[in-house]
Design a protein around this ligand. Structure first.
Ligand code: HEM
Length: 162
């Protein structure tokens, strides 16, 4: 299901009032029809952990992360849970600087964002019902666009004084 901009705020509202489904046994087997219908910290944990499992198995993205995240993945995963908690639940838990973190990545290239978004979108589709998956995808796409602009867009400016 693709949502228009106006529908997004309606879905955001629905997400907030939707009755909680019991997600206490948060483990969705591959190929299962069960989809989470609520965004909470447990759902975000599942999303982050599942997404970075895919990243670590991906031929294009894994070398970049292998260089940046040496050894223990837990600090990176914890940071990313805080990030998505801040973005989707406005908890303010994330205190970092994503632009600075990505500027430091030597092998970063604009087309890699397509792969990142593809894996992220697949993970959302597997875990969430269609409306919530779309909300995550919209946020991720917007953030990816702004990161890409900051990292790669270099407008040609005329020299000052001419
Ligand atoms: C080509 C796509 C991307 C690549 C290769 C990439 C790679 C990385 C790497 C290697 C790190 C550092 C890991 C660490 O030291 O903990 C990182 C951090 C991070 N990434 Fe990305 N990333 C990509 C896209 C995105 C997107 C689209 C988002 C958001 C929707 C995002 C959000 C973050 C955040 C919040 C951090 C933590 C920054 C900090 O506070 O240190 N990344 N990323």
């Amino acid at each position: 299901m693709k949502l228009g901009w106006n529908e997004v705020s309606v879905v955001e509202h629905m997400v907030n009032i939707h009755p909680a489904r019991d997600v206490s046994s948060l483990c969705i087997p591959t190929g299962s029809d069960v989809r989470l219908t609520r965004i909470d910290e447990d759902a975000i944990r599942l999303l982050v952990d599942s997404f970075y499992d895919k990243v670590r198995a991906d031929a294009e993205l894994s070398p970049i992360f292998a260089e940046a995240v040496r050894g223990d993945w837990e600090p990176h995963l914890a940071k990313m849970r805080d990030f998505w908690s801040s973005v989707m639940l406005t908890t303010g838990r994330y205190k970092g600087n994503p632009v600075a973190a990505h500027l430091d990545i030597e092998r970063m290239k604009a087309p890699l964002f397509d792969r990142w978004l593809e894996l992220f979108g697949d993970t959302c589709t597997e875990l969430f019902d269609a409306g919530i998956a779309e909300l995550f995808r919209i946020k991720a796409t917007r953030i990816a666009e702004s990161l890409k602009l900051t990292l790669f867009y270099r407008p040609k400016r005329p020299p000052i004084g001419r």
